[in-house]
Design a protein around this ligand. Structure first.
Ligand code: ARG
Length: 279
């Protein structure tokens, strides 16, 4: 072999080794383990996307009887279905308490969270977020006889204000309303019952959820107090440092937004939850 050619081959081999070690290093940084597959590939290989959510949040995600069967539905579920379809895998929904979702992602119990979650900076330290797929204000719900009495945040300070444990609304209750006697529960449906039973005076949730509660139960009313969300809306959460997976999720979100499909999902989820029997 000619000297020049040998040199060239060695050069190529060296570049190869360097490239390999770069890749190896990149992937171990990504997962913190020796595993070199990214999440996107892992999901595709197992043929299944496991989405975690807390199905107590109509019209985002809730239980409904579909053809006589108790089913988890809502526009988050429709989004999850479409993401799974675009990835070419089957969808498995894993229900958990909202407060447990964030930990379930790094622990590998779920591949993704789609649960009306706001991408706030605290959460963004632990997980990565997709683009925003939906934007809503936060609202304050009360019993009909009280709703008009609560005009400003100050009117709520001394009241028993409820919110979901670990939610943005719990932060609002603590930091913006500065409620002296807050009540945080894991489940939004329990909070609605507490409100109806007079055990709490007000409940903070995303506005569409508060509106749904008004439709599906007598004697509840929205106050005029609302809060804008600083994080900009709701996003899908995935494990940290999985840009390939985030890119795929964003592709699906963009497609559904551009085609108007996402709006359709929201309308039909709202209709479906309005049809649920009054409790
Ligand atoms: N958007 C709020 C948050 O990010 C509440 C979401 C509650 N979702 C639910 N499925 N219960 O904290």
């Amino acid at each position: 072999m000619k000297k020049g050619l040998l040199k060239k081959i060695m050069g190529i081999a060296l570049v190869g080794v360097m490239a390999f070690s770069l890749v190896a290093c990149g992937s171990s940084e990504r997962t913190g383990s020796k595993e070199d597959k990214n999440m996107l590939q892992t999901i595709k290989d197992k043929g299944e996307l496991v989405v975690g959510l807390s199905a107590d949040y109509a019209p985002y995600e809730f239980h409904a009887m579909i053809d006589g069967k108790d089913t988890v539905v809502g526009f988050d579920v429709d989004l999850a279905k479409e993401i799974a379809k675009d990835l070419g895998v089957k969808l498995t929904i894993k229900e958990m308490e909202f407060n447990s979702l964030l930990g379930a992602l790094p622990a590998g119990q779920v591949d993704m969270i789609i649960s009306g979650m706001n991408p706030d900076p605290e959460r963004a330290k632990r997980v990565d977020f997709s683009d925003i797929y939906y934007t809503a204000q936060h609202a304050v719900l009360a019993n009909s006889q009280n709703a008009d009495k609560f005009k400003t945040v100050d009117d709520l300070k001394d009241k028993k204000v409820g919110a979901q444990l670990g939610s943005t609304q719990a932060d609002i209750t603590n930091e913006v309303i500065k409620a002296k006697d807050p009540k945080f529960l894991a489940d939004v449906n329990s909070l609605i019952l507490e409100l109806k039973g007079g055990k709490i005076d007000a409940l903070v949730t995303e506005k569409p959820v508060a509106e749904m509660a008004v439709k599906s139960s007598d004697n509840l009313k929205l106050t005029n107090i609302t809060f804008n969300d600083e994080s900009g809306g709701n996003a899908v959460a995935v494990k940290k440092n999985e840009p390939e997976l985030v890119a795929e999720v964003n592709k699906t979100i963009k497609k559904l937004k551009d085609s108007g499909k996402l709006d359709e999902y929201i309308v039909s989820a709202t209709e479906l939850s309005s049809k649920q029997i009054k409790k």
